[in-house]
Design a protein around this ligand. Sequence first.
Ligand SMILES: [Zn+2]
Length: 189
Amino acid sequence: MADVFYVGVDLGGTNIKAGVLDANARVLCSLSVPTEVPKGRETVVANIIGAAEQAIAKSGVARTKVAGIGIGSPGPLSHRRGMVINPGNLPCLKDTPLRDLVTQRTGIKATLENDANAAAWGEFWAGAGKGVRDLVMFTLGTGVGGGVVTDGRMLRGHFENGAELGHILVQPGGRRCSCNQLGCVEAYS
Ligand SMILES: [Zn+2]
């Protein structure tokens, strides 16, 4: 297998988790640092980069062998533009070009993905969905998230939030959801 490694970062409202894995999806090391949302955007961005840098140092992998940093963030976001748009529990990151900030400051190519999509892709690559072409994943936390892989590709949709499965209407005119729509899956689960 190619001698190449990746950093995965899971951005949450309370903690940032980072890990280094190899091309076989074997996790070499992982760690967690506080997100520190109340300190604002610059601190949170610095903490994301710090977590990635610490994970690389802890893994013992040469920096030049790290091919990329993948960041999973709460949506809504734009994968194509690498922008965090308006995450409910990370208000300080509203309209932040996170992918480019991380790429510029680390010198390592970064990519930004919806956290539930990233989870689905992880299962597709190395977990429960290994060997299949189509997969639906639900992430059950405070809210209901979802990710869809179809014919081996991540489903994003025209507005790039195509797999927000918690916000599919199941009861038109029903209970009000955290997203302000009436009758979402999330309002009933
Ligand atoms: Zn909703």
